[in-house]
Every structure is written in C-alpha cells, then in structure tokens.
Design a binder for this molecule. Structure first.
Ligand code: SAM
Length: 198
C-alpha cells in the first residue's frame, strides 16, 4: 500500500499497489473475475498461473478490502483489482480481456431483477466490449435456476457451449475453489459449471 493512514477506505483501495490502472507490464493474456468477493479464487489462480494476468472486480470496497489483505500476503505481480459495478467501470477494460469468470454470481431470483443477473443480455452486451478477441466465459454456480437461465442466455446471445457439468467436483476438470463453492459443496450442493465461447 502506498498510503499509510488513509482517512477513507475507498481512497485507500484506489491507491493500493494492486489497483488496475491501464495495463500490465507484459502482453500475457488477461483473465477477469467479475464479483471476486473475498478474493480466494483470483489469488490462487494468479499464484498457479504466472503466465496469465488476472483482474478481480468487486462491487463493494468493504469486501474487496478483505481480498486485498490476502493478496498482500503473496503480492503476485500478475494480479490487479478494480472496485465498482462492472457496468460502471467497463471503459477501463475495453478490448483487454481474454476470459471472464462468473463465480457464484448473485442469482437475483425475482423476474423484475433479471437485468441484474451477470448473465443477462444487458451484461453479456457489456462483456462484448471487454473481449480482445474471441469471447470466452466460464461460469460456476450452486443455483439451478440461475444456471438454467444462463445456459439459455448464452445460447440466445450466440455463444457455443464447450463444456457443461452439473457436478463439477466429480469431473476431470482443473478447478480452483471459491469461498462460496467451499461453503455450498460442504452442504452437499452440486456445483454447476459451463465454459462458453463465440
Ligand atoms: C455471491 S458473491 C460470490 C463471491 C465469489 N465469487 C465466490 O464465489 O466466493 C458475489 C459477489 O459479486 C459481487 N458483484 C455482484 N454484482 C457485481 C457487479 N455488477 N460488478 C462487480 N461485482 C459484483 C458482489 O458484491 C459479491 O461480492
């Protein structure tokens, strides 16, 4: 962290060494997690894959500050963060991204909130602007209704399903667990997974 005694947490986060400004210092692919929460997935992905750059986006600074504490223990040079709703900070990422991860996104079960789901056509249109080349999204969820909705939206939006699983932990798919994934799988809930591109 550059600021020792920040008066305001948002200011502290925006001044931290992990805040994504415009580029990494190499041309490696960039993978983005939207809704990184407390950061377990994106940190472990960055540590396991030094030749990929990662950006974690989180809407709430209070949640992102927990992620930053963890990141500070390891300081990987291939991991940056952004704070805000992806819809409001998309300009920083235009045509930079190779893969998007949507992990255990809020399901927004009420129909009148469908536009807030991170796989709604409104958000899929935002992602179109972020991809550098071929769009590629990987989603994991515990939620059957969100999963069914997402599969339908991906297909309607022109994506092809590359891999789909209704029980990820019983598949031979390389997987890094998120905080929510650990919580739900301990409860015996099967994890749904889909990899799509277009
Ligand atoms: C249910 S949590 C899952 C956290 C983490 N991905 C996991 O699997 O443990 C969803 C997170 O996404 C964040 N989020 C929801 N909508 C978002 C958006 N439009 N832009 C950025 N973050 C968002 C929420 O604040 C929350 O921290």
């Amino acid at each position: 962290m550059r600021m020792r005694n920040p008066k305001n947490k948002d200011l502290m986060l925006e001044s931290c060494d992990y805040y994504y400004e415009d580029n990494f210092d190499n041309n490696n692919p960039i993978h983005l997690e939207i809704g990184m929460g407390k950061g377990q997935f994106i940190l472990n992905m960055a540590l396991n894959n030094p030749n990929i750059n990662f950006i974690g986006v989180e809407k709430y600074s209070s949640v992102a500050s927990v992620a930053i504490k963890k990141i500070n223990e390891y300081k990987p040079s291939n991991l940056k963060i952004l704070i805000g709703d992806i819809a409001n900070i998309q300009d920083k990422l235009t045509k930079k991204i190779d893969t998007i991860y949507l992990n255990f996104s809020d399901p927004w079960p009420k129909e009148r909130h469908a536009k807030r789901r991170l796989t709604s056509p409104e958000y899929l249109a935002i992602y179109d602007n972020l991809f550098k080349g071929k769009p590629h999204i990987i989603q994991k969820t515990d939620n059957d209704n969100l999963f069914a909705y997402s599969l339908e939206q991906f297909l309607l939006y022109g994506y092809t399903i590359n891999i789909v699983s209704y029980d990820l932990h019983n598949e031979d798919i390389v997987n890094v667990e998120t905080e929510y994934e650990e919580k739900f799988s301990k409860l015996g809930i099967k994890i749904k997974y889909v990899d799509v591109s277009k």
